[in-house]
Design a binder for this molecule. Structure first.
Ligand code: PSV
Ligand code: MN
Length: 393
């Protein structure tokens, strides 16, 4: 290796060691489609046990020390105790995901509902989530609204935007100095005609109006097929409005499959924009979260595999020779520029990641490391009785 290559190698390794991937509490619980939830043996029965499983993922990978919660699925009596439970296992509480989509009152919407009493109920829940952030040290309130309409004429599109903004403003005003509101968009589902926050433009406009503490969440499964997600990422980063990712992969709609499973090249292209635009710098405060459901695969190994997929795409993205890329771009060398990018994508970064893990004092193979702990056999034997956690459907 020449000096330049040695420096690049060292800085890629440093960035990989510093990476933080946030895992979702609901990924450890039972889940399924709207047709069937398949229960698995050993699944957690409460949020404390979910954190115990998340700690296994962190122990095996060394880069997953943060766990997002979902309220009410993770509602507990004592949030300080939950936060302490996390801390004792080397974890921290990440985003608090609000839920205004599973109550009968929300049939026609939550924060966009025509009835002020329903909007009040929704805002009260969002404010409860901010209280939970205070108690757990969480930085981010993550908002996704199932709000929308199924039929033309059902409700007034503009009035719904007005109601949405008014509610967002009330919640934004309650945030502490170091807290943020991150707004997630999704093209459709459960509403099929209009959705009130369907795309990044709508999320961007609302967060821009709200202020500095409001950012956009890009859930990779929430776009129309063929959407250029890396463009959205580049744009939001440029505007300082990229708050977080919800990583998962999709073949059809919001499939919530393991990130990097369906289209690893897309994940690489997205993370290339992140790397090129400084998005891995902790000061930019981009949260790299998973939002997945492991319906048929083993859950803890499924989360570990997902973390590894993000690491691999990150290592490739960090391997792009940006000087060579920019030189080719300036020269109008279309094929040369494309080749620089493809060289990085086609690099086998697995040996590099094994090296990184060894230097972090970890087993180079996280899945083998997890299997060797015997944790899976232990939870299957011990977690009997009680009600297994699920996503509440
Ligand atoms: C909605 O589809 C979503 O992506 C949001 O992030 C939710 O909070 C999450 O899934 C879990 O339901
Ligand atoms: Mn999501």
């Amino acid at each position: 290796m020449n000096d330049r290559a040695t420096d690049a190698h060292a800085s890629i390794k440093a960035a990989l060691k510093a990476q933080v991937i946030e895992t979702p509490s609901w990924g450890y619980g039972n889940s399924g489609t709207r047709f069937k939830v398949f229960a698995q043996a050993g699944v957690p029965r409460d949020p404390f046990e979910k954190l115990d499983d998340a700690a296994q993922v962190h122990a095996a990978t060394g880069v997953a020390p943060v766990v997002s919660l979902h309220i009410p699925w993770d509602r507990v009596e004592d949030y300080a105790a939950l936060s302490k439970h996390a801390e004792d296992r080397g974890l921290a509480i990440g985003a608090i995901n609000a839920n205004t989509f599973q109550d009968d009152a929300y049939k026609l919407g939550s924060v966009t509902h025509a009835d002020p009493a329903v909007r009040r109920k929704a805002v009260d829940h969002l404010l409860e989530c901010v209280d939970i952030m205070d108690a757990t040290g969480s930085r981010d309130l993550k908002l996704w609204f199932a709000d929308g309409t199924n039929y033309p004429g059902q409700d007034d599109i503009t009035a719904r935007q007005d109601r949405l903004f008014e509610c967002l403003q009330a919640v934004y005003d309650r945030l502490g100095d170091d807290q943020r509101l991150v707004l997630e968009y999704k093209l459709f589902e459960p509403a099929f005609y209009t959705t009130d926050v369907p795309d990044w433009g709508t999320a961007y406009a609302h967060t821009l109006k709200l202020g500095e503490k409001a950012k956009v969440v890009v859930d990779t499964g929430h776009h129309a097929p063929g959407t250029n997600i890396e463009f959205i990422v580049a744009f939001l980063l440029r505007e300082g409005k990229l708050g977080a990712f919800d990583f998962n992969s999709r073949f059809y709609a919001d499939d919530d499959l393991m990130v990097g499973a369906a289209d690893p090249f897309q994940l690489f292209r997205i993370l290339h924009e992140v790397a090129k635009n400084g998005g891995f710098d902790p000061a930019r405060q981009v949260a790299f979260m998973l939002d997945q459901c492991h319906n048929i695969e083993a859950k803890i190994p499924g989360v570990i595999r997902s973390v590894m997929n993000v690491q691999e795409a990150t290592a490739k993205a960090l391997s792009v020779d940006l000087d060579a890329l920019r030189a080719a771009q300036r020269a109008g060398d279309v094929l040369g520029a494309n080749a620089v990018l493809m060289d990085a994508y086609n690099t086998d970064v697995r040996p590099l990641l094994r090296e990184v893990r060894k230097e972090m004092g970890l087993d180079p193979d996280p899945l083998a490391a997890y299997a060797a702990t015997g944790w899976q056999q232990r939870i299957v034997a011990e977690r009997v009785g009680g009600e297994q956690a699920g996503w509440g459907a």
